[in-house]
Design a protein around this ligand. Structure first.
Ligand code: ADP
Length: 547
């Protein structure tokens, strides 16, 4: 072999920081506080503050590999921890503030967090589980709102904490394979598991997120990560923006549609990313008040985390001229794995085919590989019909969990089992039909809840639809649909069935519909089907269903 003779330059987050300071010092970072005031800063200021934070953490005794947790909304100081802790050799651990305090206590203990950075507005939450956490010795409080009462003896004000430090830090040279961040899965099945991102995996992921055929973050962009920084690193957008030097707009805690639309219009956001629920709310408001917000700057809205219904993608484009990019990922994939773009070779196809591509989960981004396998482990054909479990591999896919839990998720030949049931078509577009635990098994046949949901959500009266398995005496399970109607709209079971019956085999149609004000959700905004099954699992049995 002839060895390559190129430099072995480490792929670390420190480079992002240095680059932002060197080239983009004037570019803006805007954070919205809980009282809705906007705080304006620059990358130059961000760099100096991040260096000070690193100095302060070092002074406190934080050493390489130590975990620095955050319990924070999206704002600049959170970004300072995102970069500062890893660049000084520590590991940032984002705590999901939507979890139950007991779960947070479990996760903080499991990760052995040493320091926690908490928004003052979230101190009441922190204090609910602080006693359970044995490892945390210091609490740094971000003053995002006025103080209420006296701080406890372990609590230090963030600004006072960093103030005495220099605005330069002797960044250590790091091994690119060392840990930069820990994120926990939401644990909808079993205990949450930690996924440990390395500098290298995050850097490579960032490069691909900035690739023109993926999200394509550029210096001239204004990026609004609506997706929380405690959810799978806000899909890598904060790192992408820092590397590219894009203007960043952080929304803080107000994620309701009018607050987001105000921010998008005022700051001329070009890329915004969030889960479908957020965008469903925004679309509904835009439909009610066309032209109220000037959204002409928007280049792309990225939607992921759960399936984006075609009606949502089409509604944004056809009624408001806004392009939607649908992406799939997991905490275990750092997180972006696949992304839906219409290939050039398909660009002259009819609109329905193109919408079918855009509403699929797309195909793997560079360096991620995809396949799907049957229950017996055979690799399945890409025929667009055969359903199987999606497996992926790549440099930002987990190779094991923190403390080696869940070894059965990793195959002997080096793939990660996602737990998502998919079809893959000849072009490579994959379509998630379910998570394996949500698939409806009716008399030995599989029914895709996601396909039914998408069809139901195209009915003009339906705001949201979640399809789940109810027990059935004869068929074991049958689909039941939970429906949230749009304000002032009505629809009956027969109308809904009539709307979708041409698209599915008869046995796929839901046996019944339940109408709700709200569908229960997980901490990251996905339909909580375990709860729906708990509430309505016996619905058909109660009705005396027999056939
Ligand atoms: P958790 O596993 O804790 O719910 P993640 O945020 O890691 O949290 O969720 C990953 C899962 O979310 C995927 O396995 C998949 O089921 C679902 N998901 C993510 N993006 C999409 C998408 N675009 N379409 C459908 N499902 C998605």
């Amino acid at each position: 072999m002839l060895a390559g003779r190129m430099m072995d330059f480490p792929l670390t987050l420190t480079h992002f920081l240095e680059r932002a300071r060197t080239f983009f010092g004037r570019n803006e970072i805007v954070s919205r506080l809980p009282d809705k005031t906007l705080v304006r800063s620059t990358y130059g200021d961000f760099y100096r503050r991040t260096a000070k934070l690193a100095g302060a953490l070092h002074r406190l005794g934080v050493r390489p590999g130590d975990r620095v947790a955050t319990l924070s909304w999206n704002h600049q100081r959170h970004l300072e921890v995102y970069l500062g802790a890893p660049a000084m050799g520590a590991v940032v651990h984002t705590l999901n503030l939507r979890l139950h305090p007991n779960e947070l206590g479990y996760i903080a203990n499991h990760a052995e967090d040493k320091v926690v950075v908490v928004d003052r507005s979230l101190l009441p939450l922190w204090r609910k589980f602080a006693d359970q956490v044995r490892s945390v010795r210091h609490v740094i409080v971000v003053p995002d709102c006025p103080a209420q009462g006296e701080p406890t003896s372990t609590e230090i004000d963030y600004e006072e904490f960093i103030a005495p430090e220099k605005d330069e830090y002797p960044w250590p040279s790091l091994d690119e394979r060392s840990a930069a961040m820990i994120c926990y899965t939401s644990g909808t099945t079993g205990n949450p598991k930690g996924v440990v991102y390395s500098h290298r995996s995050t850097v490579l992921h960032t490069l691909v997120v900035c690739n023109a055929d993926t999200i394509g973050v550029r210096e001239a962009d204004t990026v609004l990560p609506v997706v929380p920084m405690f959810h799978a690193a806000a899909w890598g957008l904060p790192y992408a923006a820092v590397m590219a030097g894009s203007k960043l707009v952080f929304p803080g805690p107000h994620l309701d549609p009018p607050s987001l639309l105000d921010l998008i219009a005022a700051e001329k956001v070009t890329i915004a990313a969030g889960v479908p629920t957020i965008w469903l709310g925004i679309l509904q408001l835009l439909d009610q008040h066309p032209g109220k917000w000037n959204l002409s700057a928007i280049r792309s809205t990225v939607i992921g985390g759960s399936a984006a219904p075609p009606a949502l993608i089409d509604g944004f484009k056809s009624r408001h001229g806004i392009d939607v990019t649908h992406a799939w990922g997991m905490t275990e994939t750092n997180p972006v794995g696949t992304l839906a773009r219409v290939k050039h070779a398909l660009s002259d196809r009819d609109e329905a085919t193109k919408l079918g591509c855009k509403a699929s989960q797309g195909y793997a981004v560079p360096f991620v590989e995809q396949r799907h396998v049957g229950e017996d482990g055979t690799i399945l054909p890409w025929d667009g019909e055969t359903m199987g479990e999606l497996e992926v591999r790549g440099p930002w896919v987990a190779s094991s969990y923190f403390s080696d839990e869940g070894p059965d998720r990793f195959t002997a030949d080096g793939w990660f089992k996602t737990g998502d049931v998919v079809t893959i078509d000849r072009e490579g577009y994959l379509r998630i039909t379910d998570r394996s635990k949500d698939v409806i098994k009716s008399g030995g046949e599989w029914i895709s809840s996601v396909a039914l949901e998408n069809a139901l959500m195209s009915h003009p009266a339906v705001l949201e639809a979640a399809v789940f398995a109810a027990r059935h005496p004869k068929w074991t399970e049958r689909p039941l649909a939970a429906i949230v109607l749009k304000e002032g709209k009505a629809a009956t079971r027969d109308e809904l069935n009539a709307h979708i019956e041409s698209k599915f085999a008869k046995f796929w149609l839901p046996d019944d519909y339940v109408f709700m004000a709200q569908i229960p959700r997980t901490s990251t905004g996905k339909f909580l089907k375990t709860k729906l099954r708990e509430l309505y699992g016996d619905h058909l049995e109660k009705q005396g269903a027999a056939e």
